[in-house]
Ligand binder design. Structure first.
Ligand SMILES: Cc1cc2nc3c(=O)[nH]c(=O)nc-3n(C[C@H](O)[C@H](O)[C@H](O)COP(=O)(O)OP(=O)(O)OC[C@H]3O[C@@H](n4cnc5c(N)ncnc54)[C@H](O)[C@@H]3O)c2cc1C
Length: 271
């Protein structure tokens, strides 16, 4: 059972190609999943690879290194659109789990209860995957193909997660529903990134639709924000109220005002 913790990414890629190892980071998903504690495979520890840890601002957005822990997320100075991810980070197990567990480990485990996934999807996250033969970028929505299924070849590892630049005016939130208040695996959770003026001007289709992602049972789904309100789905209402509080009512009232300005009461536009 060779174990290696390289510093150089090329060394890691070579080990991936030659030994077909299991990649590990914080091991907070890997260890509990072991059958009777037996390790019968080669291990590649990615936590010491240069450039794999930390959050940086790049020319096009934000880069979350492939060995960045939840504690790193909590401590990073990030715009308000990342508040949902920070709230999720606070909810991943205990402080000890947050110190060890990584964002990449959370998405690669592809559990329906992975708290990091809805906020990352709402931020339009992209996953950078690397191997000896090069690097490729895949949208997180495509990377997670199903429960415990990801778009990753045996010779590849996740190098980083990229978030496109986002307005400082964008707000975000995260709410999780579990069987108790703290230290609990999610039954359902929701992450949303919303620009307040997008709420107001949605009726004119001027600005992008707010991103609301609900995760539960099977796979996270991106929800059509306004369809969800129209359908008055119970969980959607609960989640939106938890996330947006007063801003939800303000957004709805403003949207109604605009509708009343354009369509006088009682007048039918036909169609
Ligand atoms: C007590 C406890 C409580 C928990 N509570 C929560 C919770 O509330 N919410 C929640 O979402 N999760 C929770 N978890 C699960 C876990 O802590 C998180 O999913 C964590 O983010 C996993 O990260 P890790 O670095 O420990 O992953 P690891 O266990 O090291 O790896 C997990 C998977 O990802 C793969 N992997 C890791 N890094 C890479 C990489 N760079 N490239 C390719 N593949 C990679 C591994 O091969 C493995 O399949 C809990 C776990 C425990 C033990």
């Amino acid at each position: 059972m060779p174990y290696t913790a390289p510093i150089n990414p090329e060394e890691a890629f070579r080990f991936l190609e030659s030994n077909n190892p299991k990649i590990v980071a914080g091991c907070t998903d890997y260890f509990p999943g072991l059958q009777q504690g037996q390790i019968d495979e080669d291990l590649l520890d990615v936590t010491r690879i240069n450039g794999m840890r930390g959050i940086t601002h790049t020319e096009t957005g934000w880069r979350i290194g492939g060995a960045t822990t939840w504690t790193d997320v909590v401590r990073a100075s990030l715009p308000p659109a990342f508040d949902a991810l920070k709230l999720a980070a606070h909810e991943v197990g205990s402080l000890q789990i947050q110190n060890q567990g990584t964002v990449a480990g959370n998405i690669c485990n592809a559990s329906p209860a992975a708290d990091g996934v809805p906020p990352l999807l709402a931020l339009n996250a992209q996953v950078e995957v690397g191997s000896m033969t090069g690097r490729r970028i895949v949208a997180l929505s495509d990377f997670i193909m199903g429960v415990r299924q990801i778009d990753l070849n045996p010779d590849e590892m996740v190098i980083a997660i990229h978030i496109p630049d986002i307005s400082r005016a964008a707000n975000s939130g995260f709410a999780k529903l579990g069987s108790r208040k703290h230290l609990v695996i999610s039954i359902a959770m929701v992450g949303a990134v919303v620009e307040e003026h997008a709420l107001r001007e949605q009726v004119d289709d001027l600005l992008p639709v707010p991103q609301v992602v609900v995760g539960f049972i099977d796979q996270p789904v991106v929800v059509d924000f306004f369809a969800m309100q129209g359908g008055a789905e119970e969980f959607g209402e609960f989640a939106l109220r938890e996330l947006l509080g007063d801003r939800l009512e303000i957004g709805r009232a403003d949207a109604e005002d605009v509708e009343h300005d354009t369509v006088p009461a009682g007048e039918d536009l036909g169609g």
